[in-house]
Ligand binder design. Structure first.
Ligand code: SF4
Ligand code: SF4
Ligand code: SF4
Ligand code: FES
Length: 403
């Protein structure tokens, strides 16, 4: 049975069991939050979402109060606004004035709310925490407890999504502090470095260590991609600055994984820019026309596998030019039949197509056996299957999760 209620004078309906916050947001009415995240359980910790409810005493937290039939809610009552301002002021009394150099400047929920409610950073002589910055040697998770607003989103993300339960709060009152395990290092507390806690942190208290100083939200372009590590097909956003991947961030609308990623998907991206990475197809010299190799290598369109080979080959080409011999035939040549030549894709694919056609003609389709990979996307494996059975005419196809 849907519930009927009134929010800010608007008559709305909500499914049974919905909170005031869910009812409001489903009807386009925003209520500010900090400790709430739709993926996580509600704990009503921050009091940012307070609203006034007719006939109820004081203000109510919209994220934990169930919507009820006939309820009349005001999300912008003077009491609600004053309470939110007070909460923000309290948070800033123990928060560094660091937005200018903070990694999450422009991507910080606290900063946005402080702006929306026009709250000033309080100068005071009271106590502020002075925690050590980046105290944990974990290579992926940067911690700055001075910026922690004790919202417990990291605790719930680690517990409810990752099922590791690494984080918790120690102590009480002003001494409350986010700790891993029994105030241990992350890895000793069985952290598996998935970075979920970072992804759910609304401020700069947790951040991706590999991305420190590499570029803030306004300096990067986000490019949605599918992870290349396994067949689950998680989506995420590559954060690109000056043509380099500087960070991976979760894509909440990713259909397979939502915000969740494993350590490989989130932090295993530096291989992309590794100088040893093969970025062009390579063909053995014996499968190519020797004169074309000489010509293309000389013109710089193609290259040999190593720079040393490339240097030696340039000399050889000069020595052999015009003698009619292929580099492979020439005893002076540094190019052997098995030398890899970096070509263009059209040339490489032509060679493959030619060889496949020849083998099929000479020996039939069952001369082939193909191994697909669980690391490919469904679409890639579908095409691979079609290619194997329909083009090569064999059913010898299998796959391996580790390929
Ligand atoms: S965490 Fe947010 S509010 Fe705090 S310094 Fe960084 S940008 Fe500013
Ligand atoms: S990185 Fe993953 S496992 Fe480690 S504390 Fe964060 S959420 Fe938990
Ligand atoms: S580290 Fe971030 S997510 Fe965790 S409690 Fe502090 S502010 Fe919240
Ligand atoms: S968002 Fe409701 S109490 Fe924090």
């Amino acid at each position: 049975m849907p519930i009927h209620l009134t929010i800010n004078g608007k008559h709305v309906t909500a499914p049974e069991g919905a909170t005031i916050l869910e009812a409001a947001r489903a009807n386009g009415i925003d209520i500010p939050t900090l400790c709430h995240h739709p993926d996580l359980s509600n704990i009503g910790a921050c009091r940012m979402c307070v609203v006034s409810v007719e006939k109820a005493r004081g203000v109510q937290t919209a994220c934990t109060t169930p919507a009820a039939e006939g309820m009349v809610v005001n999300t912008m009552s003077p009491e609600a606004i004053e309470t939110r301002k007070f909460v923000l002021e309290m948070l800033l009394t123990d928060h560094p004035n660091d937005c200018m150099t903070c990694e999450v400047n422009g991507d910080c929920e606290l900063q946005d709310l402080v702006y929306d409610y026009n709250v000033k950073w309080p100068e005071h002589n009271g106590k502020r925490h002075q925690y050590e910055i980046d105290p944990d040697p974990n290579p992926f998770i940067f911690i700055d407890r001075n910026k922690c607003i004790l919202c417990a989103r990291c605790i719930r993300a680690c517990d409810e999504i990752q099922n590791r339960s690494v984080w918790n709060f120690a102590n009480r009152g002003f001494e409350t502090k986010l700790v891993a395990g029994a105030d241990q290092l992350l890895l000793d507390a069985y952290c598996e470095s998935c970075g979920q806690c970072v992804a759910y942190c609304p401020v700069g208290a947790l951040f991706d260590k590999m991305s420190l100083g590499k570029g803030r939200i306004m300096q990067v372009k986000k490019v949605r991609t599918t992870c290349s590590y396994c067949g689950v097909g998680c989506n995420f956003d590559l954060n690109i600055r000056n043509g380099q991947i500087v960070r991976v961030t979760s894509a909440p609308d990713a259909p397979v994984n939502g915000m969740a990623l494993c350590v490989k998907g989130r932090y295993g991206y530096d291989y992309v820019h590794h100088p040893d990475r093969l970025t062009r197809p390579m063909v053995r010299a014996k499968w190519l026309d020797a004169d074309t190799v000489a010509e293309q290598v000389k013109s710089g369109q193609w290259a040999l596998f190593t720079e040393a080979q490339q240097r030696r080959a340039s000399l050889s080409y000069r020595r052999t030019s015009g003698n009619g011999k292929s580099p492979a035939q020439d005893s002076q040549s540094e190019i052997t039949p098995d030398t890899f030549v970096k070509t263009d894709w059209d040339t490489a694919l032509d060679v493959v197509a030619r060889k496949f056609t020849q083998v099929k003609k000479d020996h039939g389709g069952d001369a082939f056996a193909l191994l697909a990979s669980a690391k490919c996307t469904n679409e890639e494996n579908f095409i691979f299957n079609k290619f194997t059975r329909q083009m090569l005419a064999t059913h010898s196809i299998d796959h391996c999760a580790r390929l």
